[in-house]
Design a protein around this ligand. Structure first.
Ligand code: UDP
Length: 420
């Protein structure tokens, strides 16, 4: 037959390829995305965006620092399956992995405050969860992509003007508790990249630089929600040191969009990326901006680092990423300016206060997502969803431009408007 009809073998091959393509598409749509730490600050924004893009998402979170409030927009959605469990518990992770094709690992003990309070516990937790996940992935069925959320903290005290992914890590001695977080995240990177290179687990590492936005709380030391709380309560804004240290704050929606792009990029496997903004601001200037935005008459009070974090604390004076590598993989050149990030947080706090919450209290909590903390896709993503993933400026269902306010997180229900 093959010989009798000219072109028949080629037609058969094409038909087989089409069937394989369709099977892959169906498989992708059926497969779930696992987000560990999905009830946290970054994790919950990531979950909302994945749901908005039509994905089914499983969350594994122990709710130690994450909160159900963070998931209020998606908790009732049939696309979301919430599992209460620990990311360092092999049985909980094994069960959560079943049927998942893409994994975002955000679950971690986060925040300078958490780490200086319990350096050993946070170190063990942050290493154990990565060992557990990659141990299971190495011996289990193949997945399309794993995104491991590392942190800019790995660069430590490095004072390089623009931190490149290849810049050296300069961390302090092991008896300075602060560096245990960096040590854990560096170890996590070795485990993730080693699993990618030696065992073929397709992994991308993202180093997030001071992510900020609605839902971030100050319980664990994050400076922006802390200054807002203090300003709104009329308390002094506690600037550590002389406030000349600088940070680059990035909007959580921008971080989620970048990470999703990387998770879909075939070339990002086995690679490390800085993710964030490169607009630097001093902590003192930040305090002034928040005070003026809130109309607060709070004083600014300068607090020595050692008073804030205990003896032996070492500060990172400046932390500014080079975003060249991220930009060359994602073409994302726009970043939400600090002024807009701050006003989105202020708007969120005002909405919460109007809804009966206390704008000055720690209500929502952060998990897995850290101020420094991910996302993804699969190689067989559908053409529709792949194209929407290329832009965070259009609605995936309608193709309409996304309102700036919606991008800034001022939304109330899943599926009806863009999450981030
Ligand atoms: N910071 C501050 N006052 C506070 C909390 C933090 O001056 O009440 C400073 C802190 O010393 C650091 C910056 O704000 O220089 C960012 O701190 P955060 O804990 O948010 O992140 P990280 O230190 O990990 O960059």
């Amino acid at each position: 037959m093959d010989q009798a009809v000219p072109g028949w073998p080629r037609l058969c091959a094409k038909a087989r390829a089409s069937v394989r393509f369709l099977q892959a598409r169906v498989k992708t749509l059926e497969n779930k995305v696992l987000v560990t730490g999905g009830a946290g600050f970054i994790g919950s924004h990531l979950v909302e965006e994945l749901v908005r893009r039509g994905r089914t998402v499983r969350i594994l979170d122990n709710f130690s620092t994450g909160s159900r409030d963070n998931l209020s927009a998606v908790a009732d959605s049939s696309a979301v399956d919430i599992r209460v469990g620990d990311a360092a518990d092999p049985e909980a992770v094994r069960s959560a992995l079943a049927g998942c094709d893409t994994i975002f690992h955000l679950a971690a003990s986060v925040g300078v405050g958490t780490v200086t309070d319990d350096p050993l516990g946070s170190l063990e937790n942050n290493i154990d969860s990565v060992r557990t996940l990659f141990g299971l992935l190495r011996s289990g069925s193949p997945v399309s992509r794993v995104v491991y959320f590392s942190s800019s903290e790995v660069y430590g005290k490095s004072s390089t003007e623009r931190l490149e992914e290849t810049s050296p890590f300069i961390i302090g001695p092991a008896d300075a508790p602060r560096w245990s977080y960096a040590a854990a995240k560096i170890t996590g990177e070795y485990l993730a990249l080693g699993s990618s290179r030696q065992h073929g687990v397709p992994t991308t590492v993202v180093r997030c630089f001071n992510t900020a936005g609605p839902r971030q709380v100050d319980t664990y030391g994050m400076v922006i929600p802390r200054f807002f709380r203090q300003a709104l309560a009329g308390e002094p804004l506690t600037v550590y040191g002389d406030g000349s240290q600088t940070r680059c704050f990035s909007f959580v929606g921008d971080v989620v969009a970048s990470v999703l792009d990387l998770a879909q990029h075939p070339g990002a496997v086995g690679e490390v990326f800085n993710v964030g903004s490169d607009e630097a601001v001093s902590v003192l200037e930040l305090a002034h901006q928040i005070r003026s935005m809130t109309g607060s008459r709070s004083e600014i009070s300068f607090v020595p680092f050692e008073t804030a974090y205990g003896p032996g604390f070492e500060e990172s004076p400046h932390r500014r990423p080079s975003l060249s590598k991220l930009r060359s993989f994602t073409n994302r050149n726009d970043q939400t300016p600090l002024e807009e990030i701050l006003s989105s947080i202020h708007g969120w706090l005002t909405q919460r206060a109007d809804a009966g919450g206390d704008a000055t209290a720690d209500v929502a909590a952060e998990a897995g997502g850290t101020a420094d903390s991910a996302c993804a896709d699969d190689s067989a993503r559908t053409a529709d969803s792949a194209s929407t993933a290329d832009s965070d400026l259009t609605d995936s269902r309608t193709g309409a431009p996304v309102e700036r306010a919606a991008r800034l997180g001022l939304r109330t229900s899943a599926g009806s408007s863009p999450a981030v």
